[in-house]
Write a protein that binds this ligand. Structure first.
Ligand code: NAD
Length: 245
């Protein structure tokens, strides 16, 4: 594990209150939910174009529903891991806002109170004609024939590749407020989510926790913690809480 200087001496943790977290699929890997890009990841089994694009939905809605029904079942069986739990505990001392690329609900189940889902939520469905009509999915399956209040087929409440990210503006504003910006378990390859690293204030403490952590493009001031989320996140957050106490 590579652990570069924390520079805790130059930080006044007593006045640093606001923690903003950007999490990705890696934070849920140890809960048993596969990431997209690692070997053994989801895209080795499925082609993006066939299951996670508007064109796929037009062509074969049954295949798309089936793909997300499998993902939903996996999410319902998963439990928050020590990384999700440590972030919830951090709220005892800090104001914590989580921005997640994940479609699972493990941050919420761990107890995080402020969670913004950039790419949607798998436990919800929405109208295919009115994006404002959002419903909980009862059980693990969403099926052909299930319709919204306006009579159109319900689709998974997911931002597919090629669709805009409605929560992006809010995510940028949240990121700008960070005293401490934690990036956890993301390859930073999916845009626009990855561009959030550019919006953290210059004087914020920036830490990236990922076994394959590399300095995000154009940013030289991230501390890299090359560890899994389950180990690295509690370790880093314990330090933050100790210095803040
Ligand atoms: P990604 O698959 O591109 O990258 C996963 C990252 O997680 C990699 O950098 C990898 O090194 C890291 N990782 C693997 N195991 C880890 C561990 N134990 N601890 C910490 N990090 C670990 O995922 P991404 O960057 O989030 O972007 C891909 C898209 O995949 C996102 O849009 C997200 O919506 C979607 N996705 C979500 C879930 C989920 O909701 N749990 C699962 C798979 C994919």
């Amino acid at each position: 594990m590579y652990y570069s200087g924390w520079a805790v001496e130059r930080c006044n943790f007593a006045i640093m209150k606001r923690v903003v977290v950007l999490s990705g699929a890696g934070i849920s890997a140890e809960s048993g939910i596969k990431t997209f890009r690692d070997s053994g990841g989801l895209w080795e089994e499925y082609r993006i174009e066939e299951v996670a694009t508007p064109a796929a939905w037009q062509k074969n809605p049954e295949l798309v529903l089936d793909f997300y029904n499998k993902r939903r079942k996996q999410v319902l069986e998963a439990k928050p891991n020590p990384a999700h739990l440590a972030l919830a505990k951090l709220q005892e001392q800090f104001e914590v806002k989580v921005i997640t690329q994940n479609i699972d609900d493990l941050h919420e189940r761990a107890g995080s109170k402020s969670v913004l889902h950039l790419h949607g939520e798998i436990l919800k469905s929405r109208s295919s004609v009115d994006p404002g009509l959002i419903y909980p999915v009862s059980g693990s399956e969403l099926l052909l024939g299930e319709k919204c209040g306006k009579g159109s087929q319900l689709r998974p409440h997911i931002v597919w590749f090629g669709e805009s990210v409605p929560a992006m503006d809010e995510a940028i504003e949240i990121t700008k407020t960070a005293d401490i910006f934690l990036v956890i378990g993301t390859s930073l390859e999916v845009y626009p989510a990855a561009s959030l690293v550019m919006y953290a204030p210059d004087d914020s403490v920036k830490i990236l926790i990922d076994p394959h952590a590399e300095l995000p493009f154009g940013t030289g001031d991230f501390t890299l913690v090359r560890n899994t989320a389950g180990k690295g996140v509690p370790e880093v957050l314990n330090k933050l809480m100790m210095y803040h106490a």
